[in-house]
Design a protein around this ligand. Structure first.
Ligand code: CP
Ligand code: NVA
Length: 302
């Protein structure tokens, strides 16, 4: 029997496998791939946090590939009443062919993957958001060509699940990643060190230093889901970290602006930038669909 594979973080796939996955996503987006390899298959989608893009793109993606998706809010399933993850994992795996989960603690996803003998996909944890950053590197390819190595990416803002996933992308694709985060809001140390062993990765407290000459300028909200109580403190800490036209002008002439959305205009980005000519945020959102379909085919298609 073929061993099941999960996608909990970008480095779960080798660099070659990731490039193959992105190539399949390109075929899917062009309409060159019309197979329905997931006919008769079901993906369970567990959400312990809100979602627009992740929920809709996975559900539509499953439908387009011939399969079915089940939306399971933790408010409605027994997980929300304390059923152990290890029990839920073994039960769901008897019914469905794959599980996507959005949760808080990254350890929950690992536990789910350990106990479920069907593929598990990380739809966002406090630590990582790998599906989003895969869609983002796909968007970079659309704008700058397929080879990602050495591409200059600036991250300005919180050292959050997105920043950590960019570190993982740098690690696998050899990106040149510069992160500007306020003191106390740096990304995960272990992921930073691993990426630094394989790619050019720098951390600064100066957004201008990160953005200077970058091909891609990228940010996210200052308070992620689950951090609502810290909003005011974070607004103070992130003052000066807004991507506005002056900051964006320091990037390369052809630079693109990315944001995983939802965005808070006037906080991490101005209206002019997100609605401006450099912004690719809606292509980026669309690309979630194509990249995740490639992922579903790869993990659940055989
Ligand atoms: N970018 C992203 O994951 O969006 P949702 O929270 O709407 O799924
Ligand atoms: N960092 C954000 C990403 C939302 C898609 C959060 O975790 O809320």
């Amino acid at each position: 029997m073929r061993q099941k594979r999960d996608f909990l973080e970008i480095p779960d796939f080798s660099t070659d496998e990731l490039y193959e996955l992105l190539a399949l996503a390109r075929r899917l987006k062009r309409g060159d791939y019309r197979g329905q390899p997931l006919a008769g298959k079901t993906l369970a989608m567990i959400f312990e946090k809100s979602s627009t893009r992740t929920r809709v793109s996975f559900e539509v993606g499953m439908f387009q590939l011939g399969g079915h998706a089940l939306f399971l809010s933790s408010r409605d399933i027994q997980l929300g009443r304390g059923e152990p993850i290890k029990d839920m994992a073994r039960v769901l795996a008897r019914y469905v062919d794959g599980i996507m989960i959005r949760t808080f603690d990254h350890g929950n996803v690992k536990e789910l993957a350990h106990y479920a003998d069907v593929p598990v996909i990380n739809g966002l944890t406090d630590l990582l958001h790998p599906c989003q950053v895969l869609a983002d590197v796909f968007t970079i390819q659309e704008n700058f060509g397929e080879d990602l190595s050495g591409r200059k990416v600036a991250w300005v803002g919180d050292g959050n699940n997105m920043a950590n996933s960019w570190l993982n992308a740098a690690y696998r694709f050899g990106l040149e990643l510069r992160l500007a985060c306020p003191p106390g809001y740096e990304p995960d140390r272990a992921l930073f060190d691993r990426a630094r062993g394989a790619a050019t990765v720098r951390l600064t407290h100066d957004p201008r230093e990160a953005v200077e000459g970058a091909d891609v300028v990228n940010t996210d909200v200052w308070a992620s889901m689950g951090q609502e109580a810290d909003v005011e403190q974070r607004r103070r800490a992130f003052r000066g970290y807004c991507i506005d036209p002056d900051l964006l002008r320091l990037a390369s002439e052809r630079a693109i602006f990315l944001h995983c959305l939802p965005a808070h205009r006037g906080e991490e980005v101005t209206e002019e930038v997100i609605e401006g000519p450099s912004s690719r945020v809606f292509d980026e959102a669309e690309n979630r669909l194509h990249v995740q379909k490639a992922l579903l085919v790869t993990l659940m298609g055989a």
